[in-house]
Design a protein around this ligand. Structure first.
Ligand SMILES: Nc1ncnc2c1ncn2[C@@H]1O[C@H](COP(=O)(O)OP(=O)(O)O)[C@@H](O)[C@H]1O
Ligand SMILES: O=C(O)C1=C[C@@H](OP(=O)(O)O)[C@@H](O)[C@H](O)C1
Ligand SMILES: [Mg+2]
Length: 165
């Protein structure tokens, strides 16, 4: 089976849902952020502070291409789609599943989170602007699942059944 890439804005639930999806499909799961942390031996916050977003994006592309592309769930960072090379890689190598949640819910989940440097300290309007700047990239996917007000198990079951369609 080709890799399943979970994409979507920060806080949509990619990391959390990916773990449950992998459990249910009996597949391994890898998270691009976690792999960057391991490779650089630094937190995402530290990478942004010390080396900036450009360096983080380079690491993200490197990692994406190093990860397996068969029989695996890959949960991505919310900004992976801004790089054309990443979008092409995911489309060619696997199935891209977009998770979307209402932006009010997303804001409540991420605006206080200092481990998400591109969300912390942003107003709701700024966060929505960032989302809008990416929305066409997110929509370039095989399947879109709205996660708002749904339980994790419900979302996982929906992904599995819609992947079979
Ligand atoms: N369907 C959901 N219902 C309630 N809380 C959720 C749901 N999905 C994710 N969360 C919570 O939202 C936060 C962000 O989830 P996370 O998986 O880190 O998102 P992402 O990887 O897309 O940034 C976490 O605290 C997680 O527990
Ligand atoms: O949207 C983004 O640009 C980012 C999303 C984060 O991942 P999550 O989407 O898992 O929060 C992480 O990769 C980094 O903080 C940048
Ligand atoms: Mg995540």
């Amino acid at each position: 089976m080709k890799a399943i890439y979970l994409t979507g804005f920060m806080g949509a639930g990619k990391t959390t849902i990916g773990e449950k999806l992998a459990e249910k499909l009996n597949l391994p799961v890898l998270d691009t952020d976690q792999e960057i942390i391991k490779k650089r031996n630094m937190s995402i916050k530290e990478i942004f502070e010390k080396y900036g977003e450009t360096f983080f994006r380079q690491s993200e592309t490197e990692i994406l291409k190093e990860l397996p592309t068969k029989d695996v769930i890959i949960t991505t960072g919310g900004g992976i789609v801004i790089t054309a090379e990443n979008r092409n890689w995911m489309k060619t190598q696997g199935t891209v599943v977009l998770l979307h949640a209402d932006l009010n819910i997303i804001y409540e989940r991420v605006h206080y989170d200092s481990n998400r440097p591109l969300a912390s300290k942003k107003t709701k309007e700024e966060l929505i602007d960032l989302y809008q700047s990416r929305v066409t990239f997110y929509k370039d996917c095989s399947l879109e699942v709205d996660t708002s007000n749904k339980k994790i198990d419900e979302i996982v079951d929906e992904i599995i059944s819609r992947l079979k369609e």
